[in-house]
Design a protein. Structure first.
Length: 255
C-alpha cells in the first residue's frame, strides 16, 4: 500500500523542499520505490532533483478531468526515485477563485490512482492554496519544518488549524507527523527560548533537531542529499541528523 507524505507549512522559507528531497532520497536508498511530486509553482524540488524535466508529465496534469495514470511519463531522478515535476500551469491554478473543493478532490483521486510506488513525497507551496490543500488532502501524513524565529510559532499554529480544516472537509485520516526544528543554533539564546515556547504550546515536535549546517546548502548546490558527496566533503553530523529525521517521518506513516 502506497504511503503519501506531504511537506507543508504556511510560512515560506522554513525548509519544506529540503525536507521533501531528503525524505525522497532516503526512502529510495532504503529500497522503497519513491515518487516525488512537486506541487509548488516555484518548482524548487524539480530543480533540485532534475533540472531538465522537459518532455515528461507534470503535476499540473493532476488537476485535469481527463487525467490518466496509465499515460504518465515520469522522470527518473535516481535509483528507486522518480519525479512528477512542477509546471508553469500551477501558477494559473493558484489564481482560481471561489470553491476549490472539486479540484482538490480531483487531485486526491488522481494521485491515489498512481500505482507501483511504496512512497509518494509531495512538496507543497505556501502561496497557492489550491496546491497546498491538494497535497494535504491526499496525504497519509504531513511533516512541517519550522525555524526558531518570531514568526515560526505563529505559522505553526496556523498550519495546525489548516490541518484540522483539511481533516474536516477532505481527509479525516490525515496524520500530522510533527514539526521538524530546522536550522537550529544552540548558541543563540533566542532559539532556546523559542523552542521552549514551542513545546509549551504542545505542538508536536519530532525528536530529531536539524541544526544550522553549511553542509546542507552545499549539498543543495551539488543537487545531492547531504549524506552523498565528494570524499572529505560530507559532514557526518549533518548526514546523521538528516537520516534520523527521515527515518522518523517514514515511521510516522508506518514505514
Amino acid at each position: 500500500m502506497t504511503r503519501i507524505i506531504a511537506c507543508a507549512n504556511l510560512k515560506g522559507g522554513e525548509g519544506k523542499t529540503t525536507l521533501a528531497r531528503h525524505i525522497a532520497y532516503h526512502a529510495a536508498s532504503k529500497g522503497l520505490k519513491t515518487l516525488a511530486v512537486d506541487l509548488d509553482p516555484q518548482g524548487n524540488l524539480t530543480d533540485s532533483l532534475l533540472p531538465d524535466a522537459n518532455g515528461y508529465s507534470n503535476s499540473a496534469e493532476l488537476f485535469d478531468a481527463e487525467f490518466s495514470a496509465d499515460g504518465l511519463r515520469l522522470a527518473a531522478s535516481d535509483e528507486n526515485l522518480w519525479l512528477l515535476p512542477a509546471d508553469a500551469r500551477l501558477d494559473a491554478l493558484a489564481e482560481i477563485p471561489g470553491d476549490r473543493s472539486a479540484f482538490v478532490n480531483r487531485v486526491r483521486a488522481n494521485l491515489r490512482a498512481i500505482g507501483g510506488f511504496d512512497v509518494i513525497v509531495v512538496d507543497t507551496p505556501t502561496n497557492a492554496p489550491i496546491c497546498y490543500l491538494s497535497g494535504l488532502a491526499v496525504a497519509d501524513g504531513a511533516v512541517s519544518p519550522v525555524q526558531m524565529d518570531a514568526y515560526g510559532i505563529s505559522g505553526a499554529v496556523r498550519l495546525t488549524q489548516a490541518i484540522q480544516r483539511v481533516r474536516a472537509h477532505y481527509n479525516p485520516k490525515l496524520i500530522h507527523i510533527g514539526f521538524v526544528v530546522n536550522r537550529f543554533n544552540s548558541r543563540a539564546a533566542s532559539h532556546g527560548e523559542l523552542l521552549a515556547q514551542f513545546r509549551a504550546k504542545r505542538l508536536r515536535l519530532l525528536t530529531t533537531v536539524l541544526r544550522e549546517r553549511v553542509a546542507v546548502q552545499d549539498a543543495l548546490g551539488r543537487r545531492t542529499p547531504v549524506w552523498r558527496g565528494p570524499r572529505g566533503r560530507v559532514n557526518t553530523r549533518a548526514a546523521r541528523e538528516m537520516r534520523a529525521m527521515c527515518a522518523e517521518v517514514l515511521a510516522g506513516v508506518g514505514l
